[in-house]
Design a protein around this ligand. Structure first.
Ligand SMILES: Cc1ncc(COP(=O)(O)O)c(C=O)c1O
Length: 370
């Protein structure tokens, strides 16, 4: 065999192949572990979504509706936009990929921040584009440095707002000023995967930007059913954008990119306002409670607008991660993100949160931190 991979593919680090929970438990001789590492919804999917998926199973021999007609219409109604202003994806990840495919050619530049969601840079590498990476400043997107980094080769700017892993947010005013300082021929992508957890008064009114792209760049908002709606396993996300941008993304989309069960589940989840509201309220309560407890243990929690937050554990975060893993509590070490003393945790159910605090306390003592 002789392989000739594209040169830009060779430099890409594959997504780290995590082990299934069951394998980890077997390896560490534990049972009933809890996962607070991937910012999922700990209360599970909406029962209505589960029922809708079950009811759709008998149609699995059919291709899904390639236009996701009903889900798009329901989203348009919920967001008060036109269906033509929405593009659905196999997770919002796929909409990121569409944007890069549609707008980035070899050697074109894309601006991202670090640390931030890693997939933006990966898709750019696949395309042979150039990543311009701007460090966060005090854990926030450095909007001034991003503006300075724009060149005539810049095609896209990706910013997760709130940011993953810091949970920070920029204000409407700062965003408005930022947009007016940019050339109109680039696209600003606001990845709003965690927007449901943000106080409504602090959200950017993206629909007002997608309609009036006069003299300012096009704005695209990315949203997902993986977080507040509890459907990470089904893979449904979407973008809200000007209909001309949407038209271009549809050209690079596979016809059946959102599967049959995903469409049915997401449609039902959107209709289950109780489950959604419970998730938002309980997340905020859990985040406040956890922050207080973590502080009592001598660590420093960072304020977050999301369902996760950073904790400075004042010691090697990877050692703490391993110690907690042996106790069946899975968190994320932030060493690889440039925060060697930080872990990131997802807010869990109240019993998971209590277990996390107990395990953190024991682990800090064992390691002699704090
Ligand atoms: C900032 C951000 N964007 C996008 C995603 C991916 O979302 P999806 O599951 O819709 O692909 C994540 C997932 O963790 C995320 O943190």
């Amino acid at each position: 065999m002789k392989l000739h991979p594209a040169p830009n593919i060779k430099d890409i680090t594959p997504y780290p192949p995590g082990k299934p929970l069951e394998e980890l438990e077997r390896e560490y001789g534990i049972t009933g572990s809890i996962k607070l590492a991937s910012n999922e919804n700990p209360w599970g999917p909406s029962p209505k979504a589960v029922q809708a998926v079950i009811s759709s199973l008998s149609n699995l021999h059919r291709y899904p509706d390639g236009s996701s007609y009903y889900l798009t219409a329901a989203l348009a109604n919920w967001l008060d936009v036109d269906p033509q202003e929405i593009v659905l994806g196999n997770g919002s990840n796929e909409v990121i990929e569409f944007l890069v495919k549609a707008f980035v050619q070899k050697n074109d530049e894309v601006i991202t921040s670090h640390p931030s969601f890693l997939m933006y840079q990966k898709f750019v590498q696949v395309r042979g584009g150039v990543n311009t990476v701007i460090p966060l400043r005090d854990m926030h997107h450095d909007l001034a440095a991003i503006t300075r980094a724009v060149t005539d080769k810049t095609r896209l700017i990706f910013m997760d707002n709130p940011n993953n892993p810091c949970g920070t947010l920029f204000s409407r005013d700062r965003f408005q000023r930022f947009l007016s300082g940019l050339p109109e021929d680039i696209i600003v992508v606001l990845d709003e995967a965690y927007i449901d957890f943000v106080e409504p008064g602090q959200r950017i009114d993206v629909t007002s930007y997608i309609r009036v792209p006069n003299n300012i760049p096009a704005v695209v908002s990315l949203r997902t059913f993986s977080k507040a709606f509890g459907l990470a396993g089904l893979r449904v996300g979407y973008g809200i954008m000007h209909r001309d941008v949407a038209g271009l993304l549809h050209r690079v989309r596979q016809p059946f990119n959102v599967n049959l069960l995903a469409q049915a589940g997401a449609l039902a989840a959107l209709d289950d306002k109780d489950h959604y509201s419970k998730t938002i309220t309980e997340t905020a309560n859990g985040r406040d409670w956890l922050s207080r407890k973590v502080e009592e243990l001598g660590c420093r929690p960072y304020h977050s607008h999301t369902n996760f937050f950073l904790i400075d554990v004042r010691g090697d975060a990877t050692m703490l991660y391993e110690t907690m893993l042996r106790k069946g509590v899975i968190v994320r070490s932030m060493q690889a993100y440039g925060f060697p003393d930080f872990i990131r945790i997802t807010v869990g159910t109240s019993s998971e949160n209590q277990r996390f605090v107990k395990s953190l306390k024991e682990s800090l003592q064992e390691l002699g931190y704090a």
